[in-house]
Design a protein around this ligand. Structure first.
Ligand SMILES: *Cc1c(COP(=O)(O)O)cnc(C)c1O
Length: 376
């Protein structure tokens, strides 16, 4: 592909570095002190700043959100043959680490009120599998799960909750940051997330001993000895000091990104909210979402495929809502508790371009292309 070919493309959500150049300052510092790797000041400061931003006591910076989920499962004691309840409507990175640990996922459907795990079905799942080891909930597209209900049920059964908050940095549930309700919360800094380090993740917890243990596993599980001594299985999951510099800079502009994401969502809602058969993703009164992606369902006159095709013709990226895990060939053999809610959201849902670099002109163009489908 010609490197200029996509210059005017509008993306779903692409990296957006600070205008102030904070990221380069921290990277420069890492170069100047030769703390390119491993670890160093940027990693320590990024962990501290991040934990305080979300209101968690401790954080471990890792190479990806997927790695963070893997480490959370391991820290929760999930191992061979253990059952883990997992939201079905999500990206495969939520569920894959369950398999890395040789555990068994049981997928649970969403509800229309939150698009996330249905607490009633979670209760049903507990009846069927009382031996479950952990529950993995997701805050999809920056919408929050109904955490009070989820935590009540899981506390009653004394089961560890892990929150996949990869898409919900900046999202609050009843004034508390998502990812800080369960024993573990994970975040992602992949290229399309609300802030990015080019790639990376964070595990947060109030349990200092477990976070220390994760840092140990994530640096090859090296025992304290002069020689290379290993008493446990190790992983190479630690974030580099250069990458953490990007993270420190990005964290400084998170509030700007949040404001723009909300602006984009409000823009679409105002312009497209009255179209026949269109319903925007649900914002509950207790949910303060980050609006990472603006999503809607379109059920009557125009299908999501029509919208995607019309936008693609104009070099504008959009995507269907995640295809549920229980519909994925790889996960077909595992149990699923639910009806057709996540399937319907997948069939009727679309994620609109939500790139924070978009101008009002870009947004105007997008809504015109979409409105035309309803007129035509
Ligand atoms: C992006 C994402 C992840 C994975 O994060 P990576 O940093 O890309 O490994 C996990 N879960 C969800 C819901 C995500 O959107």
């Amino acid at each position: 592909m010609n490197k200029y070919e996509n210059k005017n493309r509008i993306y779903l959500s692409s990296p957006h570095m600070s205008e102030e150049g904070y990221e380069m300052q921290y990277i420069q510092e890492a170069f100047d002190t030769n703390w390119i790797a491993p670890l160093g000041k940027n990693v320590n400061e990024f962990e501290k700043d991040f934990a305080s931003r979300v209101g968690a006591k401790h954080a471990a910076a890792l190479t990806s959100g997927t790695g963070a989920i893997h480490m959370a499962l391991k820290a929760a004691g999930v191992g061979k043959g253990d059952i883990v309840f997992c939201q079905s409507l999500t990206f495969s990175a939520t569920a894959n680490p369950i398999i890395y640990q040789n555990a068994i996922p049981v997928f649970i459907d969403s509800d229309y009120e939150t698009w996330n795990m249905n607490p009633k079905l979670l209760e049903e799942a507990f009846e069927k599998y009382p031996q479950v080891k952990a529950v993995l909930v997701v805050h999809l597209y920056g919408l929050s799960t109904d955490m009070d209900k989820i935590m009540d049920i899981c506390n009653k059964h004394n089961v560890t909750v892990i929150e996949d908050a990869a898409e919900s940095l900046g999202t609050y549930y009843k004034g508390k940051h998502t990812g800080t309700f369960g024993e573990y919360g994970i975040f992602s800094f992949n290229g399309n997330k609300i802030i990015t380090t080019s790639g990376g993740g964070m595990l947060v917890s109030d349990n200092e001993e477990r976070i220390e243990k994760v840092r140990f596993w994530a640096t090859q599980a090296r025992d304290k000895a002069r020689h290379y001594q290993h008493s446990e299985l190790g992983f190479n999951y630690r974030m580099s000091n250069v990458v953490a510099g990007i993270g420190r800079g990005q964290l400084k502009v998170l509030d700007q990104r949040l404001a723009k994401k909300k602006y984009i969502f409000e823009f679409y809602k105002r312009e497209l909210g009255n179209l026949d058969g269109v319903q925007f993703m649900p914002i509950n009164k207790w949910n303060e979402p980050n609006c990472w992606l603006s999503c809607l369902t379109s059920k009557r006159k125009v299908s999501p495929i029509d919208i995607m095709e019309a936008l693609e013709k104009e070099n504008i990226e959009s995507r269907p809502v995640w295809k549920p895990m229980h519909m994925q060939p790889f996960f077909a053999e595992y149990d699923y508790i639910g009806t057709d809610v996540s399937e319907k959201l997948f069939q009727n849902g679309i994620c609109l371009p939500s790139d924070t670099k978009m101008t009002d002109e870009d947004l105007g163009r997008i809504v015109e292309i979409i409105k035309k489908l309803w007129r035509g």
